[in-house]
Design a protein around this ligand. Structure first.
Ligand code: GTR
Length: 392
């Protein structure tokens, strides 16, 4: 394996100008939200699909939720907890997905919800016993701190999650056991078929969580957010870019090929990520490993694909691998797209000090003290941002 050098010196990060999201490849400049929506946005979405994330499969022909369990006095009576198994069937086969879902008991009107994929299995997201172990994951290191379910329930939000490995086992040969087996014959599910990416499989899972949440009368379907950390933060942005039912997206420490700018050479790079995790991306991305400035987009355009819906980008001070400044700069640059919709994002803001969120109209950013993780402090900022952007 070649040695990919990693830079942590800001003065060497490079100063490549960003491509403008508003310039059409055929010439001309987009100047209205309608033109953006009808002409430019589809071009950018297609470029991201082809080069960086692959295509998210459609909702399968059959999706049948089976309620495996329901506990109406979970978390000491605060919540209703359900485990749902989604039985899905596509043209080439079947697949099932286990979802852990909490609803607050104390709110008498439809609530907002957070949907997100987890790393370590559903049982690892909660302190409560009796959650079915995730089928495709053996070790279940506790990660309750990443979900803070009691805090979200107290704040009046529902939470639904499923494990990445039940969508696409996170390894080079994971494709064969992934959701893609519903849509492709086994002969197309080898490690070489990189067009069928893990990130799009995980984003598919986000939309299936949303399908479930939006049919529940206790939930306000207009207020379902997608949240993700790290590789699943990349996923959350891609899911929200493709599925306009999401009210907004939260990218926590999503870094390279997430919120962070591709053109900066700081922390993880496209050269490094495609070498380590080729199954996350189409092979087309490899061509940009040494020349990220040749990409027809940068990551501010991914955020812009979600506009005018709100996006919150979160970084952590010790998470230099994810390039906090690069994440901030792309959140800020997305303002050129939000402006078409009459909001400015965080256009006038400078890179903020830790624990000092810059929350604009449509776009928010903050830097948390600490390492690559999701903590109670993160959720405090997330809830604050969601509340201030709620228009319904
Ligand atoms: C790292 C990867 C990052 C990030 C992280 C994670 O190893 O290089 O881009 O995705 O994994 O998902 O925790």
């Amino acid at each position: 394996m070649s040695e990919v050098a990693i830079n942590y010196d800001e003065s060497l990060a490079g100063d490549h100008p960003l491509p403008s999201a508003l310039l059409r490849p055929t010439g001309g400049r987009v100047s209205s939200a309608v033109e953006w929506y009808n002409r430019r946005r589809p071009e950018i979405l297609a470029d991201f699909e082809r080069i960086m994330y692959g295509k998210i499969p459609p909702r399968p022909e059959t999706v049948r939720p089976e309620r495996l369990s329901e506990v109406t006095d979970a978390l000491g009576g605060k919540a209703t907890r359900r485990e749902i198994r989604l039985h899905m069937e596509g043209p080439c086969g079947v697949h099932f997905l286990d979802i852990l879902w909490y609803l607050p008991n104390h709110v008498n009107k439809p609530v907002g919800a957070i949907a997100g994929i987890n790393f370590q299995g559903n049982a690892a997201c909660t302190d409560e016993d009796g959650i079915r172990p995730t089928v495709n994951f053996k070790s279940e290191a506790p990660q309750q701190h990443r979900w803070q379910i009691p805090m979200l329930i107290d704040a009046g939000f529902s939470v639904a999650t499923c494990c990445r490995n039940d969508l696409f086992p996170d390894r080079a040969d994971g494709r064969a056991e992934s959701i893609y087996k519903m849509f492709h014959p086994a002969s197309e599910l080898g490690a070489a078929n990189r067009d069928l990416t893990a990130i799009s499989a995980w984003a598919f899972g986000c939309s299936r969580l949303l399908d479930l949440l939006e049919t529940e009368p206790r939930i306000d379907a207009r207020r379902i957010w997608v949240h993700g950390h790290s590789r699943l933060g990349k996923t959350a942005l891609w899911a929200a870019a493709n599925d306009s039912r999401f009210a907004g997206a939260v990218s926590n420490d999503s870094g390279c090929c997430g919120a962070a700018l591709d053109r900066r050479d700081f922390g993880e790079t496209i050269a490094k990520i495609t070498e380590t995790f080729p199954w996350w991306f189409p092979a087309a991305l490899d061509a940009y490993a040494e020349t990220p400035a040749a990409l027809p987009f940068d990551q501010h355009m991914l955020i812009g694909l979600i506009a005018p819906r709100p996006v919150l980008v979160a970084s952590a001070t010790e998470d230099l691998w994810a390039d906090p400044r690069g994440e901030f700069l792309s959140a800020r640059a997305a303002g050129e797209i939000y402006r078409l919709f009459g909001s400015d994002g965080i256009s006038g803001c400078e890179f903020p000090a830790p624990e000092t969120p810059v929350f604009g109209d449509g776009v928010g950013y903050y830097l948390r003290t600490g390492k690559h993780d999701v903590t109670a402090t993160d959720w405090k900022f997330v809830l604050e941002f969601i509340r201030r952007t709620m228009t319904v």
